[in-house]
Design a protein. Structure first.
Length: 177
């Protein structure tokens, strides 16, 4: 036996009727469809709110029960790092320390820190081949100064702008309360 959902009972779908295809062909049917849409949207919005509340509660619970363990992990990590640093001082080759319950690893990399303005100034003067110039159209500014005629774009002086075409697009939205 197939269970009937409450939503199906309250908001029967016209496409479920076998003898005719439902079509909105009058203002009254459009109103009916908007009401059905709004009712379904309210249900989905409520489910979404409930899910969001559950996620917040679950995250709060996880933070609460995990806090002492995270504190322990942070404290042990600091102690283990201190131990590993001391081992490296005594033996610079002790980058990996294997123990029966785990492994400590030390990886040293050169991390570059930049003062962008100083670097750019120096590179322009001494190594311009290492300066990258990024060119791209300023589309927002173009829209402010351009004139549209049909599907073409022109400058204020009437010169046609190549590489751009304007095509109307209709966007449909449904707003319900």
């Amino acid at each position: 036996m197939m269970a009937i959902r409450l939503e199906d009972f309250l908001f029967p779908d016209p496409k479920d009727s076998e003898d005719e295809q439902f079509k909105i062909d009058s203002p009254e049917k459009a109103d009916w469809a908007l009401r059905k849409y709004a009712q379904a949207k309210r249900i989905v919005d409520e489910y979404t709110r409930q899910r969001d509340d559950m996620i917040v509660r679950a995250n709060e619970w996880l933070a609460e029960v995990s806090k002492p363990y995270l504190d322990t992990m942070n404290r042990m990590e600091a102690l283990l790092q201190e131990y590993h640093r001391e081992q490296l001082r005594q033996n610079p080759k002790a980058k990996t320390i294997k123990r029966p319950v785990g492994t400590l690893k030390s990886v040293t990399r050169n991390k570059w820190h930049y003062r962008e303005d100083d670097l750019l100034r120096w590179l322009k003067q001494h190594r311009p081949d290492l300066v990258r110039i990024k060119e791209e159209p300023n589309k927002q500014q173009l829209k402010k100064v351009a004139k549209i005629q049909g599907d073409r774009v022109y400058t204020e002086d009437g010169e046609r702008v190549e590489g751009v075409m304007v095509m109307p697009e209709t966007e449909f939205k449904i707003e319900v309360e």
